[in-house]
Design a protein around this ligand. Structure first.
Ligand SMILES: Cc1nn(C)c(C)c1CC(=O)Nc1ccccn1
Length: 329
């Protein structure tokens, strides 16, 4: 039985967290976005048009003695923010930290949307959602985690994302030194292929928790905390000068003073998003006004507990117990 750990580094404003992986023989090193909100492992590849590659590392299946084309298989994915990619599929050896999966489905991109072309540091996505939403046709493929699970001491992984600093993904064990206090556990609804859960309520600043169920997903691949419009309005009503700025596509407010904390419940525990984490990023060079890290989930159908929420905590994604554990750190 094994365990593994790999460091993930924050991009500017923690917009995404990029993590090294190796594919093929000899190993080809790429840096990808681990995404608990999707279930495809896809990478920039030599099968793409040169104009769509701007600085990314690419996977070359012809340069790997262990690659094997999955004949007739294709994939196409469109994310909620409208970005997309598509291509064909190889089986090849994938290594993350000290964990290796010999016949992992590696989805080689032939096309990617501009959002990916214009993100020079990101060479692809590694889905850590449930394999039920893998997009490979005609036969959906397993995620890296689903393939490595049987070799792990226990079928779980943990995230320890940080604000402006490298964090870590651990596989197969809970590091007691990575968190403080108790872990609050809550059941996972994976019926849509996500790490879904329901928070019992929220609070703004130091007020007491309001009973208001929030159903959402724990999603490392989404930058912000996307919540029901009514909760977002309630939060920003307590932030001086906050307003919805349609040109920015969300709530903006003066970068000073620091806005109030946002607290959400997890079972009978709470998770606190400090006000300075809600200050997502300045929208002007004078750093006068800031774009909020909390925005509306309108149109998605569920809330998204993205990096703004996840980086406050040590989070356990437990596939064995089908539960999420949140702890302070
Ligand atoms: C931001 C957003 N809006 N809507 C409607 C959804 C569903 C999202 C989340 C999203 O799309 N996340 C993402 C994007 C690219 C790669 C990985 N995950």
């Amino acid at each position: 039985r094994q365990t593994g750990t790999v460091e993930t580094d924050a991009e500017k404003h923690d917009v995404e967290y990029l993590t090294p992986i190796s594919i093929g023989t000899p190993p080809q090193d790429l840096i990808v976005d681990f995404d608990t909100g999707s279930s495809d492992l896809w990478v920039f590849s030599t099968e793409m048009a040169a104009k769509d590659i701007k600085g990314q590392a690419v996977y070359d299946p012809n340069n790997s003695s262990t690659s094997e084309k999955l004949q007739g298989s294709t994939w196409q994915i469109t994310y909620g923010d409208g970005s997309s990619s598509s291509g064909d599929v190889y089986l090849d050896t994938v290594t993350i930290g000290n964990l290796t999966v010999p016949n992992q489905a590696v989805e080689a991109a032939k096309k990617v949307s501009d959002e990916f072309t214009d993100d020079p540091n990101n060479d692809g996505l590694l889905g850590l959602g449930f394999s039920s939403i893998n997009t490979v046709q005609p036969t959906p493929q397993n995620t890296f985690f689903d393939n490595v699970k049987k070799n792990l001491d226990t079928p779980l992984f943990t995230t320890d994302l940080k604000h402006g600093a490298p964090g870590s993904y651990n596989f197969g064990y809970i590091d007691p030194a990575a968190y403080i206090g108790n872990i609050s556990w809550t059941p996972v609804d994976n019926s849509q292929g996500f790490w879904g859960f329901t928070s019992p309520g929220y609070a703004v600043g130091t007020e007491t928790l309001r009973n208001h169920s929030i159903s959402g997903i724990a999603d490392t691949g989404t930058t912000l905390l996307l919540l029901p419009k009514s909760i977002v309005k309630a939060y920003y009503s307590e932030v001086q000068g906050a307003q919805y700025d349609s040109s920015q596509g969300g709530y903006v407010f003066p970068c000073s003073p620091t806005p109030p904390d946002f607290v959400f419940g997890v079972n009978n525990g709470i998770v606190t998003v400090p006000g300075d984490m809600v200050l997502y990023a300045p929208i002007d060079s004078a750093n006068q006004n800031c774009f909020g890290g909390i925005q509306s989930d309108t149109g998605i159908g569920f809330s998204i507990f993205g990096d703004v929420a996840l980086k406050t905590s040590f989070v356990v994604f437990d596939a064995g117990g089908l539960q999420l554990g949140w702890a302070a750190k």
